[in-house]
Each structure stands twice: as structure tokens, then as C-alpha cells.
Design a protein around this ligand. Sequence first.
Ligand SMILES: [Fe+2]
Length: 316
Amino acid sequence: MGQMIPDLSLRMATEARANGQKQKKQQVQYDPYFTEKVIAATGPSAHPRLAQVMPSLVRHLHDFAREVNLTVAEWTAAVDMINACGRMSDDRRNETQLLCDIIGLESLVDEITSKMLATSTTETPSAILGPFYRNDAPLKPNGTSIVQGLTPEVEWYEKALEDSAYVTGRVVTAAGAPIKGAIVDVWHTAPNGLYEQQDESQPDMNFRGRFETDSEGRYAFYALRPASYPIPDDGPAGQFLKMLDRHPNRPGHIHFIVSAPNFRTLTTQLYDDRDQYIENDSVFAVKDELVVHFTPREGDPEARWSLKYDFVLGSM
Ligand SMILES: [Fe+2]
């Protein structure tokens, strides 16, 4: 449909020119030359990438407006919403990004970017970074835990015991060779669905850690099976979700950034296959290759579940 509309408007414009002004008015509801006039306003010294992409953006936007007969009142409402997103955004919250997320734009752009840069078909797919990354998580020895402050007083103590998990695997090249010295940077929420910076009851850097792979490319740490959580829905993006009769929930996931010298850094997420929102993630980030299955773990007092996952990094 998206590709048909520009063709349609071009055809209509050509026909209108051929048939004269009177017939044009009968066949074409809106000025058929308007969009090309806007595109032609771009000057010869325009930023090269903008000069390349803006004709397409203007055509799609104008075709959208004509297709739905967008009114001034509706356009004003959209402008107000984007302005409200801007007013709500600061260094702790990015409401405009959230708005893009719920219409799938961040996931789509992430897929386009990673596929453009891919050097093999075996690389682990990327997923969006999300707004809760902190770049200075503690570097920990392999086999240690990212869970802090777990005492019976914590409200999610039982849930944390139930979901305790040992996560291990390797970081390898597209050809399967181990990558020594790769950094596996990991973070997830508490069982209450909150990242530590959203939740004053959690210790600083809780559920965050970085692990360096050994000579076999192996990493290992204790964590929890991830909990689903709603994206912040108390702002314009959340209001928009309600107007669309949609829920705000994301399936439980563990975030990763896997990096190594001379390899392309991988930003991704792993999704627990038990989660009820796997099929309807509110930000459309789930990919089949990133859905994982935890298996029961025997004989380990620190973990009831195991997960094995190998990350395949692409070359630069
Ligand atoms: Fe997340």
C-alpha cells in the first residue's frame, strides 16, 4: 500500500496535466502539484543525506495526509502530543523515543541498521538498547551473581528464589571460533518489573554486571528469569496506547551488550519463552532467535534454572 500511493498520486498528476484544468478538478481532489513543489524547494547546498531522504519523507507524509483526509484539528492534536513528549523528556526519561517505540519505529530502525552492517547470516540478531542502560556496571568474575541485597525482607524475595538462574554460554565468531576477552554487559529488572534506577529500594547497580570471556570464549553469571513490565505509561505515549486500546507491557527480557576488539558491538535482548507477552510486545522488539528456554537446574543451591546462550559477533 505504502508503495502504491506515490505511484497513484503521480499517475493522477500526469492525467490531470493531460486532461486540462476542468477535468483535473473532477479527478483530483487535492492540488496534484503541491508535493513536488515542496520537494523542489530544497536548495543545491542542502545537507546531502537530507537532500536524499526528504523527498521520500515529504511524499509519504503528504500521501498519508491525503489518504486519510487529515484535518487541521487532527494535525494540531498530533503537534500537541509531540510537544508534550518533548516537555516530558529529560536525561532520565525520553518520551519521544517511547512514542517511536510503541509504533515500532525504533525496532524497525534497529533492524535496518544491523542488517546493513551485518557481515554474515549467523550473527546474533540485535534488539533495541532501551532507555535503562548504565555504562559503568561493575566488572565481575565469571560465575558470580548480579543479584544484590536479596534478604527475606525484600518484597520480591520469594519470587527471586523461584526465578534464580545460572546463565552461561560462549561468545564466538561467525565461523564459531571462541572470542577471548569479550565483555558481556548484562542488565535486567527486579521481579517487581523495575530497573534499579527506577526503584529507590534497590541497591545501586542491582541486576547489572559485566563479565569477561575466558580463552574458550565462555561467560557465566547468576541472575533471575526476567519479569515482564509495563513501559512508563503515565505520559503522552501511554495516553496514545490507551487511545489505541493497547496494553503497555513488554515480555520479560535480559539486556546484553556484547563487545570485543575488532568485532562489531552487539546490543540485544533475550526473551523468556514462558512470558505471556512474547507474541505482543508493546515495542515490537522480539525476534524468534532471541526467545530462550530456561531448563530446571539440579544440585545448585544458588539457582533453580539454567540458560545457555551463545552470542555470535560480526566482524567490523
Ligand atoms: Fe528492558
